[in-house]
Design a protein around this ligand. Structure first.
Ligand SMILES: Nc1ncnc2c1ncn2[C@@H]1O[C@H](COP(=O)(O)OP(=O)(O)OP(=O)(O)O)[C@@H](O)[C@H]1O
Length: 249
């Protein structure tokens, strides 16, 4: 298996706050890796550093062997890394189709080609019936589907999902888990930030745990939920994954 993403010594300070400190991990091609940890641990900041929204103070991010630190988000996306945002910001008045086309235009300058690519992505995420619905009228789960479709329309190789399960009910979480599995089955490499442990256990092959900006553990899901340091910092009494529900409500 090839290395899709190699992150080495990534660090970022905001004034006196060390938001991300010397974080390193590797994501193999077609693997789903979860980044977990308490609020403020540095997960979203890590996504910003990987995708060019923030420049790290130090460290390296190799995507399929290419150094991407210093590149603009648009160029990172063109190299095959797409992301969703913790707080989705669709163009509310625009339809689902028009929103997803904004992603597709990264690669297809022609309207017909971009439209077809967008329709494919919309179908993949199960949003075809709402193709003409304004984004502002979507339910929470459909907004997440839209976010994923917009990222997918850029034709990524690596997809970074930031809390796509937040605010979903248990049945919707099941649907979102099924969608993440489908994305993985299509060949994508996925890095997922998530607090819903039930979902993490269902999709991740490897888990990286951050606390106060530092990596405190990484390994297979089973090892992680039994790791005393991870239990202390994040999981609390959560030890038996499927039976006990989520780390966070
Ligand atoms: N632009 C910024 N300026 C100053 N501080 C920031 C900025 N972005 C993040 N931080 C701080 O960096 C730390 C890490 O934040 P981050 O959002 O990466 O955490 P997180 O693990 O994603 O948390 P959550 O689970 O709540 O989303 C926090 O203390 C946060 O307040």
């Amino acid at each position: 298996m090839a290395e899709a993403l190699v992150i080495k010594g990534l660090s970022k300070r905001f004034g006196g706050l060390r938001a991300v400190q010397d974080v390193s991990f590797t994501v193999q091609e077609n693997e789903t890796v979860a980044l977990i940890g308490p609020n403020g641990a540095g997960k979203t900041t890590s996504f910003h550093l990987i995708t060019g929204f923030h420049r790290p103070d130090s460290g390296s991010v190799l995507a399929f062997g290419h150094e991407i630190v210093g590149l603009k988000p648009h160029d990172v996306c063109a190299l095959g890394l797409a992301r969703t945002f913790q707080v989705a910001k669709p163009f509310g008045a625009m339809t689902v189709l028009a929103n997803v086309m904004t992603g597709a235009f990264l690669r297809d300058r022609h309207i017909a080609a971009a439209r077809n690519k967008a329709l494919e992505a919309i179908e993949f995420v199960g949003l075809s019936v709402k193709e003409q619905t304004p984004a502002k009228d979507l339910t929470t789960i459909d907004q997440r589907r839209l976010e994923m479709a917009r990222a997918l329309a850029t034709q990524p190789k690596i997809l970074l999902l930031d809390e796509v399960m937040a605010g979903l009910n248990p049945a919707e979480i099941d649907q979102a888990v099924a969608l993440v599995k489908k994305l993985s089955a299509s060949g994508l490499t996925i890095v997922i930030v998530e607090h819903v442990m039930r979902a993490i256990m269902a999709v991740a092959r490897h888990i990286v745990v951050l606390d106060h900006g530092q990596k405190i553990a990484e390994g297979a899901p089973k090892e992680i939920v039994e790791n005393p340091e991870v239990i202390r910092a994040y999981l609390g009494s959560y030890v038996h994954p499927p039976a006990q529900g989520d780390a966070h409500a």
